[in-house]
Design a protein around this ligand. Structure first.
Ligand code: DC
Length: 223
């Protein structure tokens, strides 16, 4: 698809499928996939490499402001931390555990927002993450809020775990998603909320390809 270079922002609750959808749409329209979660993970990795505790706000602030440049390569398939591809390391369980704490620090968020805007200046981006439609790109050309019922999101996650052979109960997962929604919506900094001008896509009854087609159609209409 031939699109003019613009900024598209997508957010929504955990387990709504927004990451997969964003990645695939970015591929289709040849835009940079700006995965904001990877940027918070990259900061966490850097802190761990420098042996800075996730609770040391002063040192973390100094680190992100002075020694942390994050970029994407290969249309967003690779995350670069100070020029080095760290895409694999970002998925380590240690990072997974610590990122939650680091992503709450206001100074870290401010710096990431700056860097997200810098990245979007240079190319057409499709950005995904908790605050991209509300805080990072309030003037995005197009905004989507992708959601699904709690039951459906729990079912998807449960199936994923079953495939991977992870032992868990459906009720446990459903409960975790309920709690996560509550935390995401009520947190002090950049809570998850629908932007007023976002197009809401409820994927409860939709297959992933139908969601992608819907978004591509909206992008085309917006050209
Ligand atoms: O989407 P993810 O799991 O890669 O996100 C990693 C962490 O960063 C997760 O704790 C949510 C947080 N995050 C955030 O606070 N704001 C964003 N825009 C994106 C992710």
């Amino acid at each position: 698809m031939n699109t003019r270079k613009s900024t598209i922002a997508i957010d929504g609750p955990a387990g709504s499928g927004k990451s997969t959808v964003t990645r695939k749409v970015a591929e289709q329209i040849n835009y940079l996939y700006l995965n904001s979660g990877s940027m918070y993970r990259a900061v966490t990795l850097l802190a761990s490499q420098r042996e800075i505790s996730p609770n040391n706000r002063t040192q973390l602030t100094d680190l992100v402001q002075k020694q942390c440049q994050i970029d994407f390569a290969d249309n967003g398939k690779k995350t670069l931390l100070n020029g080095i591809d760290v895409s694999e390391e970002l998925r380590h369980p240690e990072i997974e555990q610590q990122v939650v704490v680091i992503a709450k620090i206001p100074e870290v968020r401010q710096e990431m927002v700056k860097q997200q805007r810098r990245i979007a200046k240079n190319s057409g981006v499709i950005a995904e993450g908790r605050d991209v439609t509300t805080v990072v790109f309030p003037d995005a050309d197009l905004k989507f809020y992708i959601t699904a019922s709690i039951e459906e999101r729990a079912r998807r996650r449960f199936n994923e775990f079953q495939t991977k052979g992870v032992a868990c109960s459906f009720e446990q997962i459903e409960n975790e998603i309920r709690i996560r929604d509550q935390q995401d919506k009520s947190r002090q900094h950049s809570p998850l909320k629908k932007a007023e001008d976002a197009i809401i896509i409820d994927t409860t009854q939709l297959e992933i390809n139908q969601v992608i087609d819907l978004i591509l159609k909206k992008i085309k209409e917006d050209q």
